[in-house]
Structures are given as structure tokens and as C-alpha cells.
Design a protein around this ligand. Structure first.
Ligand SMILES: [Zn+2]
Ligand SMILES: [Zn+2]
Length: 623
């Protein structure tokens, strides 16, 4: 008798195991691992969709087994490699396999299956002369590699890194292997697609994107499952199938968009490092400014690396914290008067990134949750965590009027509009995003990540909030600022002028020669000395019920090895934070899964379909 071990796409910990079903004899020839199937489940035996995780001759289940009701498709819904990755990631992140299944397999479309052509695609005939091949060359001998992308080349829409990625992927294709490319956002996706089009490789490229229609997504999924080619997309594509995978490429791994904001809180880089080892393939990461995690991989000699040549741009550092001092003002005026284009990077969008009391100058906070407040692009006062604030209470000092502590991009746009009437002032931010601009005497105000591409590149880039971004009291503030500055600078001409506002000391010196590699290395060295991530990992556990959390804390205090993991003191009494060694990660994750499950069972605050504990094995926000 053949037994199908079935898993469900459910985040519930109690469903996070394999359920045994009997395979009826008429299905024995068509059933395969990865198939989606219909089974009867639970009280009343309602039909439920599951996935065959394994097929075995014996069952450990005592008693009679229910039969599989139906096989949904002749095509597998998951590849064996995807299933292994899902298991490995859920183990590492103390999550459930069930919560990762849904993202790894798109909705089935019968019509796509009916018309699906499994025949091989003819090998494209590509002329790559004129392309650099730094990455493809290195990957001949390297298994893990970091390439600091060069900023030279004035093509904002098809930068060098995108061409390098395409060429490395083509080298794999010529060896009969697939490449998986994971990008942080849609503008980088568009850049990579431009490079694919230039090389005429669209026919062997399969996009995995939530922006596509359901049938396109399913078609591309089937193509990646059955054809060697280039599979690409945003972070969710980390879990996409890729037939005969040979190489994984990641652009800008330190960008926040690579981190999933729902359980089990994974990050593209870490998932793909697991995938690299599971599938025994090559992996390369590239960016203009390295992440501290990449530098750690270089330090432990897991990755080789190559630094980019120093950009030829001219750097000006202003020591004053003033966003628009006389020198910067003059530089912008001159640029606009001579028809040049200027980019001004502002850290936050909206009208004000904070409000202070006019009486006592205290920063005003949300009356219901005490989080800081700001004024959004529509002029509405908002709390950063609980949305709109309709009425601010009177301040402790008795005054109720406020003024902005710092202007956001909308206010900055207005200010510049008054100051530079000779230019065209444009605003690009998260809510109103420009992807590409063209013209002369443009003055573009943009928030990080929303900077538009411009033909030929910007002539002047003003990093107006440089000092404030770098000095934010967050562990990753400096590293992330460097990444955001580098991405903005990369949109400028090779002979552009870059003004960094308010930088001092070693950082000013580093930025005077655009030494991103050195600046992040220094930041990492300090963190290693203090045993902070990425020298260690930091996890957070939150729970709405204080009693449950205290039970867990005392449980863990007894169970953990103190040389491997320890508790950190943080604000907020409903959160536990622990710092632990990489080598202890799997053990700790397993401990957390088991202990939280036991406590959840008995919890008084348990609600159906909800978790009592929220575990984030790599919480970069808590410190
Ligand atoms: Zn006050
Ligand atoms: Zn609030």
C-alpha cells in the first residue's frame, strides 16, 4: 500500500506536520511528490487542498487511513528542491512549513496547463562583445562571491550590474543550468529586464511577480519548473522553482525590501544562502555599498569579493547640519541656470517628519500609543504606528500649538519651488513615485529608494539629510544610509558633484572618496567588538499575555546554554530579546517551537486561528 504524506498551506502550528493518506490504486501511477491533492480533513471530513510531501510504503499512523480524494493537476505544485528549502527556512526561522507553502506555489490555471508547451526553447544567439564580464569570469572559480558594482556608465535604466547579471546568467545557460535572480524592488526589476531585452534573452526568462496576472504567474511558474532559463523576481522569487539551478544572484541584499514582514520573517539573502547549500550551487551578491552581513561572509572566507574602482565624481562635504547652506544653494542655482539636473535626497516624505511643542520643544507623540507623529503628504497628522491622529492633546507644559521638527519631502519641494523659480521642481516619494524623468534644469526632490532614473544621469546630487540619517540611534542606521546614498549617487553622471550635508570625522573622510566598503567595514568592526549583529543573531519573542511570556522566559533560562545565547534588556515588557550564536540558531529555534507550542496549548489568551507568540529569529528593529 502506498502512503502519501500530506502537508497543508496553513500557518497554524498544530497543522505543521505531515498527515498520512492512502493512495488509491487507480492513482498510484499518477501521484508524485509535490502534487497538490484533495483530501478529507477534520470533523465532517470536509475537502481540503494539500501537498504530497513524501510517498512511503509504510505508515506510522495507527488505525485506518483515509484515501486521497483526487489529484488536482498532472503538474507538480512544488518541486522537491522547493520543499527542502521550505523545511530548512521554517526550521531556521522557528516558523512553520505551512506558512511558506502558499508563497512558493501560485494559483493553478487550467487553461494555462491545457496550452502548455513543454518543448525546449532554442538557445538564443547572443553577442556579448562590449559587455564587461567581471562577475561571469569570477564565478568560473568562485562558489560564493560579492561584487561591489561599479557606478561608471551613464545609463540609469540599464546599469552595469544588470548587464553583469545577465552575462553571468547566460554563462550558466550555456552550461545547461538555470540562474535565479532576486531583486529588492520594481525599479531594479525594470533595470534587470532592460538588460535582458538588450541581450534578447526574454524568451528564456521567467518573471515571478505579484504584479502579473494569475495566468501569467502560473505560466512562468510552469516554465521555471520545466525549462532551464533565468528565473527572476522580488524577494518572493527566492522560493520559486528553478530547473537545474546553477547560480543564484542577489542585488542590494541590505535593502529593507528583501525582508519579509510576516512570520517567519525571512530575508532573501539568508534564504538564498540556505538554498545555495541545499542545491549545491554558486551564489553572488552585488550592490554599490556592501551590507554588513556580506562583509561578514567575506571575513569568514565564505565569499570571495571584488571592490569597485573609486567613482570619478566630485565630493563636497558640508560640515553644517543645515540642509541648504549657502554653498549648496549656490551649487544648485548654478546647475539649474546652466540647464543641468539636480537630485535632492530627503530622508522622509510628507510635510513634517516630527512635531515639537512651541512652548517646551518636547517632541509630541501619539496620545494613544506614544509613538512619534508626522504630517503626511496630504497634510494629515499621523502616528507612525496607529495611523491618523485626529486631535493632539495639550502638551504637559500647557501649550497646544506645534511646529515641525524637520520638514519632509513635500515641504522641501515647496521650499525649493520658492527658492529656484528658474527650474522645474519635481517630487518623487513612496506615495507619488516617478520612475523616469527627462528634460533640462530639473530639480528632483526624492525620498530614499524613490529616486527616478534620468537619461545621462544627474549633474548634482545633494544628500540633504546625510548626517541625520547616519546618526539615527539604530544598529543598522549607518549601513543602511550608506546603501541609500550609494544608490542615489549611482544615478549621477561620472563627473557629477555630490554634496553630503553635515558629515564629520571619519565618515566625512570616507565619503570624500566614496569609500562605502571601508565605511561599512569600520561599522562592522565596531559591532563585532560589541558582539552585536551580524557577529551574532538577535531574536525577539512577543506575546500579548504577560503571564505566558514570563513562563516562557523562565523555561528558556533553564533550557538554554548560557555560552551560546543570552537575554538582552530592551524596552517593552511584552517582548523578550535574545542574542545568540549562529551555530546555536537551529537548536534555539527548535527550543522556541517546542516551548511556545506547550505554553500556547494552556494559554488563557488563546484565540482560534491566532498565535499566542510571535517569534522573529532575526529582528533587526529591536536594537
Ligand atoms: Zn510643551
Ligand atoms: Zn499611535
Amino acid at each position: 500500500m502506498l502512503i502519501a504524506k500530506v502537508r497543508f498551506a496553513s500557518p497554524l502550528p498544530q497543522l505543521d506536520k505531515e498527515f498520512d493518506y492512502e493512495v488509491p490504486s487507480e492513482l498510484e501511477d499518477v501521484v508524485q511528490v509535490g502534487s497538490s491533492v484533495e483530501v478529507a480533513f477534520g470533523k465532517g471530513g470536509k475537502s481540503k487542498v494539500g501537498y504530497i510531501w513524501a510517498l512511503e510504503a509504510q505508515s506510522t499512523h495507527r488505525g485506518n487511513l483515509l484515501p486521497l480524494l483526487n489529484i488536482i493537476s498532472n503538474f507538480p505544485a512544488l518541486s522537491v528542491q522547493q520543499m527542502a528549502l521550505i523545511e530548512a527556512v521554517s526550521d531556521r526561522q522557528a516558523g512553520t512549513a505551512g506558512e511558506l507553502i502558499g508563497g512558493a506555489t501560485p494559483k493553478r490555471h487550467v487553461r494555462v496547463e491545457r496550452n502548455f508547451d513543454e518543448s525546449p526553447i532554442p538557445i538564443p544567439n547572443v553577442d556579448f562583445s562590449g559587455y564587461e564580464a567581471r562577475l561571469a569570469r569570477e564565478l568560473v572559480t568562485q562558489n560564493g562571491f560579492y561584487m561591489q558594482a561599479t557606478m561608471e556608465g551613464d545609463d540609469n535604466e540599464c546599469p552595469n550590474w544588470a548587464k553583469e547579471f545577465v552575462q553571468a546568467a547566460l554563462s550558466q545557460y550555456q552550461l545547461g543550468k538555470s540562474t535565479l535572480v532576486v531583486l529588492p524592488d520594481f525599479s531594479d526589476l525594470a533595470r534587470f529586464e532592460t538588460a535582458l531585452e538588450l541581450a534578447e534573452l526574454k524568451a528564456i526568462s521567467f518573471r515571478h511577480s505579484s504584479a502579473d496576472t494569475g495566468s501569467t504567474r502560473y505560466l512562468n511558474f510552469l516554465m521555471s519548473m520545466t525549462h532551464v532559463g533565468i528565473t527572476y523576481g522580488l524577494r518572493g522569487a527566492s522560493f520559486s522553482p528553478s530547473k537545474n539551478l546553477g547560480l543564484i544572484l542577489v542585488w542590494d541584499d541590505g535593502d529593507d525590501s528583501h525582508t519579509e514582514q510576516a512570520s517567519p520573517y525571512w530575508t532573501s539573502r539568508e534564504v538564498l544562502l540556505q538554498r545555495q547549500s541545499l542545491e549545491n550551487v554558486k551564489m553572488a551578491i552585488s550592490s554599490y555599498s556592501p551590507s554588513s552581513e556580506v562583509l561578514r561572509l567575506i571575513q569568514i572566507q565564505y565569499f570571495g569579493y571584488s571592490q569597485a574602482e573609486t567613482p570619478t565624481r566630485k565630493s563636497t562635504i558640508t560640515a553644517l547640519g543645515d540642509r541648504l547652506d549657502s554653498e549648496s544653494f549656490a551649487a544648485i542655482s548654478n546647475a539649474i541656470a546652466s540647464g543641468k539636473n539636480v537630485l535632492v535626497q530627503i530622508a522622509n516624505n510628507g510635510w513634517a517628519s516630527g512635531l515639537v511643542c512651541v512652548g517646551c520643544r518636547e517632541l509630541r507623540t501619539c496620545p494613544s500609543c506614544s509613538t512619534s507623529i508626522w504630517i503626511d503628504p496630504e497634510g494629515k497628522t499621523r502616528c507612525r504606528s496607529c495611523k491618523i491622529v485626529t486631535a493632539l492633546s495639550v502638551c504637559a507644559c500647557g501649550k497646544s500649538s506645534t511646529r515641525p521638527s524637520r520638514l519632509g519631502s513635500s515641504a522641501m519641494e515647496q521650499q525649493l519651488r520658492r527658492a529656484f523659480s528658474g527650474g522645474t521642481i519635481l517630487l518623487s516619494d513612496g506615495t507619488n513615485r516617478l520612475t523616469k524623468v527627462s528634460g533640462k534644469s530639473l530639480l528632483v526632490v526624492a525620498t530614499p529608494g524613490a529616486e527616478p532614473a534620468i537619461e545621462g544621469g544627474f549633474d548634482l546630487v545633494l544628500l540633504a539629510d546625510a548626517s541625520r540619517m547616519a546618526c539615527s540611534p539604530r544598529l543598522r542606521a549607518l549601513e543602511q544610509s550608506l546603501g541609500k546614498w550609494a544608490n542615489a549617487i549611482a544615478l549621477s553622471k561620472s563627473d557629477a558633484t555630490i554634496i553630503c550635508v553635515g558629515l564629520k570625522g571619519a565618515l566625512a573622510e570616507r565619503m570624500s572618496r566614496f569609500d562605502f566598503f571601508g565605511a561599512v567595514s569600520e561599522d562592522l568592526a565596531e559591532r563585532v567588538e560589541l558582539a552585536l549583529p551580524p557577529a551574532t543573531r538577535v531574536c525577539s519573542i512577543t506575546c500579548a499575555n504577560k503571564t505566558d511570556l514570563m513562563i516562557l522566559e523562565s523555561d528558556l533560562k533553564e533550557a538554554i546554554d548560557e555560552d551560546q545565547a543570552k537575554f538582552l534588556n530592551v524596552e517593552g515588557e511584552l517582548t523578550l530579546v535574545m542574542d545568540y550564536k549562529y551555530s546555536y540558531g537551529l537548536h534555539l529555534a527548535n527550543l522556541l517551537i517546542t516551548r511556545t507550542a506547550i505554553i500556547s496549548q494552556k494559554s488563557k489568551s488563546k484565540k482560534p486561528g491566532e498565535r499566542v507568540f510571535r517569534v522573529n529569529m532575526d529582528d533587526s528593529q529591536v536594537i
